[in-house]
Write a protein that binds this ligand. Structure first.
Ligand code: 5GP
Ligand code: ZN
Length: 114
C-alpha cells in the first residue's frame, strides 16, 4: 500500500533504524520506545492487523516469530524474558494499520497492562 507508513519503512522510502529481517518479515526499532529494547516486527507484505490474518498467512507469521526469537537472542533477552504484543483496534491503542508485533524487553514489564 503506497500510503502505508510501515510499507514505506519496509521499502526504505521512510527511514528507520533497522533491527533485522528475513524473506517475509522486517524489524526496526520503535521511534518512541517504552522499554530498553522495543522492536517492531512487521510482515513485508501489507496485512492490516492480527484480526485480519488468514490461514494462508501462516508462513509470514512463522517468519515474524523466528525473527523475534533471533532478535531476543541477539539482544540478550532470553534469560530474563521479554514480551510480544499485537495491538488490535482502538481499545488496545493500535495506531498504525499495518500488522506489527512489539518485542519488549530489558526491564521488568508490568501486568496487567494499564
Ligand atoms: P501500535 O500502537 O499501533 O501497536 O504501535 C505503533 C508503534 O509504532 C508505536 O509504538 C509507535 O511509537 C511506532 N511508530 C509510529 N510511527 C513510527 C515511525 O515512523 N517509525 C518508527 N520506528 N516507529 C513508529
Ligand atoms: Zn502496509
Amino acid at each position: 500500500m503506497t500510503d502505508c507508513l510501515f510499507c514505506n519503512i519496509v521499502l526504505g522510502k521512510i527511514d528507520s533504524n533497522s533491527a533485522g529481517q528475513n524473506d517475509l518479515a522486517f524489524a526496526f526499532f520503535d521511534i518512541a520506545p517504552v522499554a530498553p529494547i522495543h522492536i517492531l516486527i512487521v510482515p513485508k507484505r501489507h496485512i492490516e492487523n492480527a484480526n485480519e490474518l488468514q490461514s494462508t498467512d501462516a508462513e509470514v507469521l512463522a517468519k515474524m516469530m523466528s525473527l523475534s526469537q533471533e532478535l531476543a537472542e541477539k539482544h540478550s533477552l532470553t534469560d530474563k524474558g521479554y514480551r510480544l504484543v499485537f495491538n488490535v483496534g482502538d481499545d488496545a491503542g493500535n495506531t498504525v494499520p499495518h500488522l506489527h508485533m512489539h518485542l519488549l524487553g530489558g526491564r521488568r514489564l508490568g501486568w496487567p497492562p494499564g
